[in-house]
Design a binder for this molecule. Structure first.
Ligand SMILES: Nc1nc2c(c(=O)[nH]1)N(C=O)[C@@H](CNc1ccc(C(=O)N[C@@H](CCC(=O)O)C(=O)O)cc1)CN2
Ligand SMILES: Nc1ncnc2c1ncn2[C@@H]1O[C@H](COP(=O)(O)OP(=O)(O)OP(=O)(O)O)[C@@H](O)[C@H]1O
Length: 209
């Protein structure tokens, strides 16, 4: 079977100033990856993340469950857990609409599907962590550029939850976008609420901002 070849990031994308058109285009790109391409990408992503000195010091890291063709952080997690890292998943806040908290993600965690169809752990009272109590966050994204710009699914969840990091940089966790390399675009329009990323890691490279 012939496989779709990856288009050049700087040529094949439509008008990058139109966020919703760009979002549709980039979502289709990642959804079109085959299972083999996804598996290989996740393994190479793991290698690139394990090599990052910033993550060697991190003990509490937020991840996500892959959805909609997103790159899978599980191979990375399998290695990092052996180094003593604790992982957390985003839980949509039941009261503060548009915000998230982070509950532990363990083998035995019970997951229930949220309103977007994404499984999430319980809103654990005792064990959940507010955003500022994480060392690093691996953020899902639809598109990224090399200035730290991130285009997400459009709910503003990560932007609202990490808005404090622009005012209190010392309290903020490391914000690391993870994505397929083909999700790179030349330049994303910057919105006033966008929270800049410290780095983006793909199956091909680690881009430090
Ligand atoms: N894996 C993953 N988890 C995540 C996010 C993410 O981007 N990826 N989020 C990042 O913020 C939050 C959830 N935000 C989301 C916003 C929109 C859609 C979405 O699929 N929208 C559909 C309509 C779904 C529906 O309403 O039934 C769409 O636009 O087609 C998904 C997640 C928290 N968890
Ligand atoms: N700090 C904030 N306070 C209030 N509203 C916000 C904040 N950040 C973002 N929003 C709102 O969220 C909406 C969606 O923002 P945007 O399109 O940038 O989301 P996104 O980054 O793509 O989504 P996500 O972070 O959920 O993946 C915007 O209309 C914006 O008004």
């Amino acid at each position: 079977m012939s496989q779709l070849s990856a288009p050049e990031p700087f040529e094949a994308h439509p008008d990058t100033s139109n966020r919703s058109e760009l979002r549709k285009h980039l979502r289709r790109l990642r959804q079109s990856l085959t299972e083999q391409q996804q598996t290989a990408a996740a393994d190479n992503l793991a290698r690139n993340l394990l090599a990052m000195a910033e993550l060697h010091r991190a003990r509490h890291i937020a991840v996500y469950l892959p959805n909609d063709g997103e790159i899978d952080p599980h191979p990375y997690m399998a290695f990092a857990r052996r180094r003593g890292v604790h992982f957390y998943l985003p839980v949509l806040h039941p009261i503060h609409r548009g915000r998230m908290v982070f509950s532990p993600y363990r083998d035995e965690s019970t997951l229930t599907t949220n309103r977007f169809g994404i499984p999430e752990p319980e809103f654990h009272k005792g064990l959940r962590r507010p955003a500022w109590a994480l060392d690093a966050v691996l953020l899902p994204l639809v598109g990224f550029d090399l200035s730290g710009g991130r285009l997400g699914m459009g709910g503003g969840f990560y932007d609202r939850t990490f808005a404090f990091s622009r005012r209190h940089a010392r309290l903020a966790p490391r914000l690391i976008g993870i994505a397929h390399d083909r999700q790179q675009v030349s330049r994303l329009p910057v919105e006033p609420w966008d929270v800049p990323l410290h780095a983006v890691v793909t199956e091909k490279a680690c881009y430090r901002i």
